[in-house]
Ligand binder design. Sequence first.
Ligand SMILES: [Zn+2]
Length: 283
Amino acid sequence: MLTRNHQVTPIGERTWMISEFGNSTMYVLEGAERALLIDTGTGIGDLQGVVRQITQLPLTVVITHAHVDHVCGAGQFDEIYIHPADIAQMNELTLEHRRWYARRAGTANGSLAEYSVEEDIVDWGKTPAVNLLHDGQTFDLGRRIVSVMETPGHSRGSVVFFDPKHRNLFSGDACSSLVLLDAPPEFAMIVTPSIEVMSVAACLGGLLRIKARGQEFDRNFTGHSRGGEPALPEVLDDLIGCCRAILDGTIEDKTYPDPVRSSHACATYRSVRIVYNETALHD
Ligand SMILES: [Zn+2]
């Protein structure tokens, strides 16, 4: 039987974080009539069973972006919502990508013994129906309305979700202490043809969109939370500052620890780091 040993943490009223063995974090939000699952992880074990232990309400599944560690559990569900700019990436991901990534992440965080890569990461079987996400779209869960905002940067089709009733932001990988705009060399195994190198200017644009609605949330839950905690409050401003410092040439530390692909840089700025490509500052 597929594992259900995911860690489930209540993080507020009718709101839960599911940790996929210490790496990806997913979120379940309940309203009066429906529930929303934000992201599906790498697809380790029986995610649907874990969600069903939390809620029995009709479920809508939404994806922040189509990286291997966020979209690859989607095959356990009948339909998903995803931004059109990320669909090609999703379709290129394979079982081998998922197993490679899970081995790497599980080795890095010490969780590899908690599941079987061979038995708990399996083919989708069926392909879920794909619905499109767009800016300003809302999901009415029943006395709880969650809205979508496009925030291109970490990927072209990255979106974040606002939960104004509980003043939460769910930001995937778009607004956390480490933002990747270009896949680090060590992730070459999971870089598929449609994955774009994103510009620093595009990332700044997405972050400024979040900042413009900063009054609407108190907590920013990311796609890789530790211990049920939201990101530090200063992360958004520090990311904006980091992008600006890269673009105006004042970033002091941009060393990337890789001698082979010298176009990679990693800017460190206050509480955040951004991995970017020095040939892709502007669109
Ligand atoms: Zn990602």
